[in-house]
Design a protein around this ligand. Sequence first.
Ligand code: MF3
Ligand code: CO
Length: 249
Amino acid sequence: MIILKSPDEIKNMAQSCSIVAKTLDAIKAIVKPGITTEEIENFADAYIRANNAVPAFKGYRGYPASICASVNNEVIHGIPSDRVLKEGDILSIDLGVYKDGFYGDAACTFPVGKILPNAERLLRVTEGSLYIGIENAMPGNRISDISYSIQRHVKSKGFSVVRAFVGHGIGRELHEEPQIPNFGPPNRGPRLMPGMTLAIEPMVNEGGYEVLILDDGWTTVTLDGKLSAHFEHTILVTSDKPEILTKIS
Ligand code: MF3
Ligand code: CO
């Protein structure tokens, strides 16, 4: 069942989502060659708590940190560590916040210093595919119209969409129905309705779509070792254009 949110519930969600957006924006300012992902973790954890919110990922199914920090060939769920970022890396930060009964969730891939043109292009195409997916989150459309529009864009640019992980409904739970794949044929799945809150999150690989989970049980990497990027927003389906709740205001 897909849970529609009332205007009051949406106000609450908007608050959680705004803290997610502010945290990502603050992280953006400290991502530089020389910093470790553990330092970014500590910064983010403190920032979220200073906003009277709780990091949503910490302890989720045993996940050990408040953010996911995935570098280069790491697709998602990279665990913060003493790894030092260097010029030319790309860093995907995924974070969730829980406040007053509701979750917010977003991700962004940041360049570390100056990056190569192929990496630049991967980030641009992945973020572009997220915005195209969001544009298609219109009432009357079906869930897979979002999926199809994302994959179409990514494919046309010569990159591939990760299939092993998908977007999701979000609200009083971090993961609610429906699942939102970033690939597949259009015109399938439930119809979109105003009041649905969705986390749309394309993960895009420079090479093949196949991924591998490392022995830590979390870190997901590309099978071919090439780069991967991840952009995510929590959005609200309305009677008109969707509203991006995790947008920096
Ligand atoms: N951001 C992920 C998602 O969108 C959740 C991360 S799972 C965690 O589904 F375990 F890392 F928290
Ligand atoms: Co998510």
